[in-house]
Design a binder for this molecule. Structure first.
Ligand SMILES: Cc1cc2nc3c(=O)[nH]c(=O)nc-3n(C[C@H](O)[C@H](O)[C@H](O)COP(=O)(O)O)c2cc1C
Length: 407
């Protein structure tokens, strides 16, 4: 049986991609620590990595062939199967870790370039992807690198932020490869994540909406969109298909449907809701819009008095039209009102409501963390501690997956 076809040990397999930075020498330690945790590790090296360390080290440690050249396929077999190692290895991989990931390698991954074994394999593999960048501080902070990292995150990759510290080039600052133990722990936690949304489609809404007062002025709110984007990423990480409808935000998500007003969000959602398994409505669309937006810019001297009218109630409409889909809503209030949330849950025909604070130290708005309670239609309430929006997204999806199983 070919090495690439399956793990001959019956263990879960990590494909360790090594690209050409000075931190290459740490990849051997990562390999060993992954083996300690019971993984079968196969190494893929970029041409750059081969300038720093030889495949011999990784081959000897892993007990496997080291994949470095896309064209070196083994010709001995009559069927040339070795030539497709990048495909067979992808099929037998449980997680793809790139550590260290250079700026160049990250750029090629973000663009979908396939000019060596590692990057071709990246397009073929369907397992979770974890990326541990390492580079000089100025390189790490370059907008091009940051944009490429955001692209990978938006596709569901887990990026392990580099640490601050002194680097081989003498610079002090962020860019040093994350601690080996932290990388290994991340691999374990990502692999322990359930793939319970495979075959499921989840519609997610995120961000604020904007409503015009005149052609240059508008009203909005402080929603950053981070919660909804975290849910959409988490859906992908759990093997599901995420359809993200987003109000105006600076965040990125491959394939996001961008809208501006509450009415546009309503249309985008209603166009796509048929056939989805669940809807997570994390957006904070405006409840009111100016009644008569001016067609020309209102002069300062004229003063400004705006009369508002209600916008469409997207959640209420979804509750009436959900047709078996699991419906999750959010309640943000200046206090964590359980009664208010329960009332909303019932009025809108929700299956689950996420209650979070809209002000104070635990405010979910424009923040990386959230402290929430989850209340379901039976009235069961779970008070969660303050956690990252990514972790909260998974806690919400745990409940969605549970509700889908009981469908
Ligand atoms: C001594 C030396 C150290 C380097 N260290 C890094 C590094 O830590 N991170 C990085 O992104 N690039 C680093 N580079 C630049 C990469 O090696 C270069 O971009 C190369 O094209 C990467 O190749 P790869 O994508 O095939 O791995 C270094 C180059 C040299 C010569």
């Amino acid at each position: 049986m070919s090495d690439a076809t399956s793990s001959t040990t019956g263990k879960r397999r990590v494909a360790l991609g090594v690209s050409g930075g000075i931190a290459c020498y740490k990849a051997a330690e990562i390999l060993r620590r992954l083996q300690d945790r019971g993984f079968d590790v196969v190494v893929l090296m970029t041409p750059g990595a081969r300038r720093f360390v030889t495949p011999l080290t990784f081959g000897a440690l892993s007990g496997h062939k080291v994949y470095t050249d896309i064209f070196e396929g083994d010709n001995e077999g009559a069927d040339f199967r070795g030539a497709f190692d990048h495909v067979f290895l992808a099929e037998s991989t449980d997680l793809f870790l790139i550590a260290p990931a250079t700026a160049d390698c990250i750029a090629r991954l973000a663009r979908g370039i396939a000019d060596d074994f590692l990057t071709t394999f990246h397009l073929a593999v369907r397992s979770p992807v974890v990326v541990a960048p390492a580079m000089n501080t100025r390189m790490w902070e370059h907008p091009a690198v940051q944009a490429n990292v955001r692209t990978l995150v938006s596709r569901g990759a887990r990026v392990i932020e580099p640490e601050a510290g002194e680097m081989a080039c003498g610079t002090v600052g962020p860019g040093r490869l994350a601690d080996v133990a932290a990388i290994v722990e991340t691999v374990v936690s990502v692999l322990d994540r359930p793939r319970d949304l495979e075959g499921r489609t989840i519609l997610v809404t995120a961000g604020p909406t904007f409503e015009d007062i005149d052609p240059v002025r508008y009203v909005g709110n402080r929603s950053s969109g981070r919660m909804g984007y975290a849910v959409a990423r988490a859906v992908r990480q759990r093997g599901g298909e995420a359809v993200l409808v987003s109000g105006p935000t600076a965040l990125e998500f491959d394939g996001a449907i961008r809208v501006r007003t509450t009415e546009e969000m309503r249309e985008a959602v209603m166009d796509r809701v048929v056939g989805v398994d669940a809807v997570v409505k994390a957006a904070a669309p405006l409840d009111f819009r100016p009644r008569n937006p001016a067609s020309g810019k209102i002069k300062k001297s004229a003063g400004l008095e705006v009369r508002f009218e209600p916008t469409p109630d997207i959640l209420g409409e979804l509750g009436r039209r959900k047709n078996g889909a699991v419906l999750v809503g959010f309640a943000a209030d200046t206090e964590r009102h359980r009664e208010f949330a329960l009332e909303k849950l019932r009025a809108k025909n929700l299956d689950l409501i996420v209650v979070n604070a809209a002000s104070g130290p635990d405010s979910a708005f424009d923040s990386d963390t959230n402290r929430a309670s989850l209340i379901d239609a039976t009235g069961r309430s779970e008070d969660l501690p303050t956690m990252s929006k990514e972790d909260l997204a998974h806690r919400i999806l745990d409940r969605v997956a549970e509700l889908l199983r009981h469908d």
